[in-house]
Design a protein around this ligand. Structure first.
Ligand code: SF4
Length: 475
């Protein structure tokens, strides 16, 4: 979006008024592929029936099915993979930044677009870790099961010189600190799509966050396929902890968090750093994928319920009151009723604040694709339903503990459900993924301002969401 904007394109979120349509896709599991294809077909209709003259497909679906998209959806004019972002300009027919604004109006995938770009110095050619190179020799990143996938793995890494438009509300931004993944998880094709692990330069991340905060961003969420490996390829020890420590010192940054910790990479130093800074959210997202040692072994992740419980104990002792999120996959090949029991017992004991459950998706190109003893779809869905039900009760009880507490809220705007309510988040809610805080009482204030922080008391608890009354602010 930043590249297109800099080249003079006018961006719109309304497909009916766009002349060039860009669909950014995902393809790591079946449901994501389906959603991507449905969106492409929907946009193709705008091309045949509306004013659009060009349809571009970008992202992970292209890495996987480049030829098939072109062959099966003739309305598609160009494809742009995850490693060739600059090609979006040529695909859109804007090869160089024009002296006058482009005549095109281009649809982006986001409803909210705020202008403003970063353009700071510095470029960085990624180097790969020995671990990634070894995994490649062992066949980890092979894409030959995918008809039409380019042979080359993406090596793209954005930096602080890359123009960027935020599609998130003005107060909040995601910052990607690393790209790719060297882990061998057998259910996962993300490394094949995103390439080997590589970190952005430390100074580049700091410069970008400084720039965002100067533009009014108050909440930064650090992301990457594996944030806890950050800096290993740059020779940094405790890279993520050091990065957080530095970023927390940026004046004006109110909330800082990171997502997707790998369980055995949660170091004492990392926890100490979270505990030490008031502006680092007391929040940890650690996808565990399963709790049965047998399943985790076949997943090539290792560990199990016992080890995880010790890790969680360590986390909670180091950072009292921390909110924990995890996600699991049910129905992995060979998962027995006993494995499911182990998982359920673990979920009951671990008491996560937030939990996601994915149905196993059998992806060609993944290590598990060739495994026998596939679990029938109906059993997978039944297992998923049971686990979610179990968590619902745990979540309800945990949310009831919040009633009466005064917390700091980030007001996000009127609720999508009714204009009578506002929605907000606490430090225990990551953007877009966790439950909601509904605000039904503004206290002494006439109204709230989206993107500002307020003090609020939690007054009601539901299964995942809570209700709050504003008691002070804006802060
Ligand atoms: S760590 Fe995450 S992204 Fe990497 S292979 Fe495992 S599941 Fe996939």
């Amino acid at each position: 979006m930043g590249l297109l904007d800099r080249a003079g394109a006018r961006l719109t979120a309304n497909p009916a008024e766009a002349e060039i349509l860009v669909v950014n896709t995902c393809s790591f599991i079946d449901t994501a592929k389906q959603e991507s294809v449905d969106t492409i077909l929907e946009m193709a209709r705008h091309k045949t029936e509306g004013r659009a003259t060009k349809l571009i497909v970008a992202g992970c679906l292209v890495e996987r099915y480049r030829d098939e998209i072109r062959k099966n959806i003739p309305e598609v004019d160009a494809v742009v993979g995850t490693g060739e972002l600059e090609a979006i300009l040529e695909a859109a027919g804007i090869v160089q930044a024009p002296a006058v604004p482009s005549p095109f109006t281009i649809l982006s995938g986001s409803a909210q677009i705020h202008s403003g770009q970063e353009s700071l110095a510095g470029t960085h050619k990624p180097e790969f870790r020995a671990e990634g190179n070894l995994r490649e020799e062992q066949g980890r990143f092979r894409r030959d099961a995918w008809q039409g996938a380019a042979h080359m793995l993406p090596t793209y890494l954005y930096d602080e010189t890359t123009p960027r438009l935020l599609s998130t509300p003005r107060s909040s931004a995601y910052v990607k600190i690393a790209e790719g993944c060297d882990h061998p998880c057998t259910f996962c094709v993300i490394p094949n799509l995103r390439g080997k692990f590589r970190s952005r330069r430390f100074e580049s991340v700091v410069a970008e966050v400084q720039q965002l905060v100067a533009r009014g961003v108050r909440e930064i969420t650090l992301i990457g396929q594996d944030t806890t490996c950050y800096g290993e390829d740059l020779g940094l020890k405790d890279g993520l902890a050091t990065l957080l420590d530095t970023l927390a010192g940026i004046e004006g940054l109110r909330w800082l968090r990171f997502l997707y910790a790998y369980p055995n990479r949660i170091t004492g130093k990392l926890l100490e750093t979270i505990a030490k800074h008031d502006n680092i959210c007391k929040y940890l997202d650690v996808p565990l994928q399963h709790a049965s040692p047998t399943v985790l072994k076949t997943m090539k992740r290792g560990a199990g319920a016992e080890i995880f419980l010790k890790t969680l104990e360590k986390v909670r002792a180091a950072v009292p009151g921390i909110a924990l999120r995890t996600s699991f996959i049910v129905g992995f090949p060979g998962e027995s009723p006993r494995d499911v029991e182990i998982l359920e017992a673990f979920v009951a004991e671990a008491k996560f604040d937030w939990l996601g459950v994915f149905s196993y998706s059998d992806e060609e190109g993944s290590g598990a694709h060739g495994l026998e003893s596939k679990v029938p779809k109906r059993s997978i869905e039944a297992r998923k339903k049971r686990l979610m039900k179990l968590q619902q009760n745990i979540s309800m009880r945990a949310k009831q503990q919040w009633v009466g507490r005064e917390l700091v809220l980030l007001a996000e705007g009127e609720s999508e459900e009714t204009p009578l309510l506002w929605e907000g988040r606490t430090e225990f809610h990551a953007p877009e993924i966790d439950g909601k805080v509904y605000i039904n009482d503004f206290g002494d204030l006439d109204g709230l301002e989206a993107g500002r922080f307020y003090r609020a008391e939690i007054t009601e608890a539901h299964e995942y969401d809570v209700v709050a009354r504003v008691t002070g602010g804006p802060l």
